[in-house]
Design a protein around this ligand. Structure first.
Ligand code: GLA
Length: 381
């Protein structure tokens, strides 16, 4: 990938720049908890975005997306926003840096990636993080890592229409090889958890259903959670986010919120608890409990939060039938992957069965990615 990016960069711009990369992510547990002030448990993966970048001494940004074979130029003012969705991520990062007082000017860039798009592995966060990290480095801006993550998050909010939480950008920036991270999205405290589950493997099974309708449905989930939290807050002023609420408190407002908002909130309150249970279980190397919690998350995401789909439910059922320790839909939902914790000796039979059963039912094979937990944003030497 690096050679291809370099070749294109030289052809287009006749020179050489610096290389930057950032990662996609997995999440062991803690889904849709980030924007509710709860806990998440992600890690960066060995798939990401790679960009070659060099300042060009103008006020213009010139970017080539190698995988799409598309070239875009834009200025750095608000009215210069490009229309191509991929370019809006780069533009948004520039604008968010400028809004924070960062003095930047034009640059040339070529980038490519190997995070599968729409698979729930945060290709967009990888793109944002690569450029946020690179601009910080190249313009010597001195922005700290949390703010780099927030630059990516604000890009999603203000330029891409997704009111996402902080998990993806956090994972993409803070990722560390071999470690998952528990992040408290209220206090932003985090801890690395070396993750080497002896006797098990983590594998993603990609339904190849792209989560295209996802952004409006995602934003609606967030609004439901905010309404439920506001209703609970009327009785319990200490509840800033759903993360602060107890199920009994949700019960008290059952008649004041819609059935749908109730279900969404019930899922979130349970899910926050499940992350903590998984952390405890990991301290004891108790992978059976970890796996059981993953199945509970799947159930909640499917029946209460309603962000699964027929294909993902099917893959979850197959995992259970094959004796897989834990399985659930990963990321925002509406398509993408399941994440599976599988005993080594069951791996081959599970993958073979998932492929054949899925193909028989839906007419195409799922894709399979072994998880390698890797480093986050960095400059390549
Ligand atoms: C998407 C968002 C994240 C998070 C997950 C669900 O990936 O970008 O902020 O909310 O969905 O956990």
């Amino acid at each position: 990938m690096k050679a291809k990016v370099a070749e294109k960069f030289r052809t287009l711009f006749g020179e050489e720049g610096d290389f930057f990369t950032s990662a996609g992510r997995i999440n062991l547990i803690g889904e849709h908890t980030d924007y509710n002030g709860g806990f998440v448990f992600p890690g960066a993966v060995d798939k990401g975005i790679l960009a070659e970048i060099k300042l060009n001494g103008t006020e213009k940004v010139c970017v080539f997306a190698l995988d799409l074979d598309e070239y875009v130029e834009f200025g750095l003012n608000e009215e210069d926003a490009p229309s191509q969705s991929w370019a809006r991520y780069v533009f948004g990062v520039c604008r968010e840096v400028i809004k924070r007082g960062g003095k930047i000017s034009g640059f040339n860039a070529v980038f490519a990636g190997d995070v599968p798009l729409g698979a729930g592995m945060s290709s967009s966060a990888a793109l944002e993080s690569t450029f946020a990290f690179a601009l910080n480095y190249l313009f010597n801006l001195g922005i700290d890592k949390f703010e780099l993550a927030r630059i990516g998050q604000s890009t999603e909010h203000n330029y891409c229409g997704v009111k996402c939480g902080i998990m993806d950008q956090f994972a993409s920036i803070f990722g560390k090889a071999g470690s998952l991270m528990r992040l408290d999205c209220k206090t932003m405290e985090y801890k690395y958890y070396p993750f080497h589950p002896e006797g098990y493997r983590l594998v993603l099974v990609d339904s190849v259903v792209k989560h295209e309708l996802a952004s409006s449905a995602y934003n609606k989930r967030r609004e439901s959670c905010e309404r439920a939290a506001a209703a609970i807050r009327a009785n319990h002023p200490e509840v800033e986010f759903l993360r602060d609420a107890k199920l009994e408190w949700l019960e008290e407002v059952k008649d004041r919120i819609s059935q749908e908002d109730y279900m969404r909130a019930e899922y979130v309150i349970d899910e926050v608890e499940r992350v903590l249970d998984v952390c405890d279980a990991l301290e004891r190397d108790d992978y059976e409990t970890v796996g059981q919690k993953m199945y509970e998350t799947h159930y909640g995401m499917s029946r209460l939060y309603e962000v699964s789909c027929e294909e993902l439910d099917f893959l979850n059922d197959i995992a259970r039938e094959c004796g897989v320790t834990g399985s659930r839909v990963m990321g925002g939902g509406f398509g993408g992957c399941t994440i599976n914790l599988v005993k080594n000796e069951l791996y081959d039979s599970f993958i073979a069965r998932a492929k054949s059963a899925y193909k028989e039912k839906f007419g195409r094979e799922p894709k399979v990615y072994d998880v390698v937990i890797s480093d986050g944003a960095r400059k390549l030497e």
